[in-house]
Ligand binder design. Structure first.
Ligand SMILES: [Zn+2]
Ligand SMILES: [Zn+2]
Ligand SMILES: [Zn+2]
Length: 357
């Protein structure tokens, strides 16, 4: 068993998103979340997202491969957080500033089987799902210049905030670039200007090749060896799944293309299949270790604003998977410091040890 860790780890990409890794029992500031079980039913008569109930959903936007034999469906959100029915109107007074909540909010029905988990879907299906994200994101970016960012995310399970049992994800097209993504873009651009390298590519290279030895400053003795390869969860020809050194969530994993690519929309359909296999295998591992993993995942890709489009060499798209196993408590909300009670090294070892054969 690894020794207890108690250290603040700085996120190299977004330093303000730093993490207190504290594995000692006495440090546990969070409650273990009582997880409501996920819905595993195959078909539910009253569910608007199940086959046969298509008339119950809000207007259809797109279906894949076609309407009669849909595997993935995109529909309007019944309760949109942003809407395009009003004229954009920004205003300010004193120091206060408001930006009109203009945008689009859509629901993607990920599969026609009600309670299917991602790792139970075929890789071909997962590739179709991500191709559907791509084509809708593209359409939204082209549809209106006011849309600055199109965010794709999935909440899976009640613990992750999913209000519908039927597996689905969401697209929100927004009039602003979300602050965390803007920070990633800005900080990785700064890193590029200093070093001529993409920070994400650098982190991937470190994860694959680097072994660090930390010496005691005074005695010169070896204090600790870090085998950086230990953070790799999955790898294929084109993609890698990494456990971040400064993971905010106990079981957080990020998937990135191995070769530099800034914009998710540029992933080819061939690469999408490879991506699907890494994602499916990662979800298998998470499910085997946590059991019925409930999670949020979100896509971070280069924003399409002209200033950000200039960051093609420095930004690198990725999928962040954040399984939910505990509820943030006052310390986290008050300090802005995420608390992680399982050391990322231990979590990565457990995920890697899962036998997928
Ligand atoms: Zn359903
Ligand atoms: Zn890169
Ligand atoms: Zn990100």
């Amino acid at each position: 068993m690894a020794k207890d860790v108690r250290e603040i780890r700085i996120n190299p990409i977004v330093p303000t998103e730093s993490v207190l890794v504290a594995t000692a029992r006495s440090m546990r500031p969070k409650q273990k979340e009582e997880l409501a079980p996920r819905d595993t039913r195959k078909h539910v008569d009253t569910c608007p997202f199940c086959t046969g109930n298509e008339h119950m959903t809000p207007p259809l936007i797109a279906s894949y491969p076609d309407e009669a034999h849909w595997e993935v469906r995109i529909v309007e959100n019944l309760y949109p957080v942003l809407g395009d029915e009003t004229q954009a109107q920004n205003y300010s007074f004193g120091l206060q500033q408001a930006i009109d909540g203009y945008g689009r909010h859509e629901v993607i029905v990920d599969h026609n089987v009600h309670g299917i988990a991602l790792f139970e879907m075929s890789e071909q299906h997962i590739a179709t799902l991500f191709a559907a994200y791509q084509s809708r994101m593209k359409q939204l970016y082209e549809s209106d210049k006011r849309l600055r960012y199109v965010l794709v995310f999935k909440n899976y399970g009640p613990a992750a905030g999913a209000s519908m049992g039927h597996t689905h994800s969401q697209i929100i097209a927004m009039p602003v670039v979300p602050f965390n993504i803007q920070s990633e873009v800005d900080n990785s651009r700064d890193f590029f200007q200093k070093s001529g390298q993409c920070i994400f590519c650098t982190l991937i290279n470190e994860a694959m090749t680097f072994e660090a030895t930390i010496y005691d400053k005074e005695s010169g003795e070896i204090k600790r060896k870090i085998d950086v390869g230990q953070y790799i969860i999955e790898k294929s020809d084109k993609f890698i799944a990494i456990k971040p050194f400064a993971s905010r969530y106990e079981w957080e994993v990020h998937i990135l293309p191995l070769s530099h690519q800034a914009d998710f929309l540029e992933m080819s359909s061939e690469d999408a299949l490879d991506f699907a296999s890494v994602l499916r295998r990662t979800m298998c591992r998470l499910d085997a270790v946590i059991g019925g993993a409930q999670y949020n995942y979100f896509l971070h890709s280069l924003p399409h604003t002209s200033a950000d489009a200039a960051c093609k060499d420095s930004y690198h798209w990725h999928l962040e998977i954040c399984p939910r196993t505990s509820i943030p408590a006052g310390f986290e909300l008050g300090s802005g410091l995420f608390v992680n009670t399982i050391s990322p090294e231990v979590a990565a070892a457990q995920l890697r040890d899962v036998d997928l054969t």
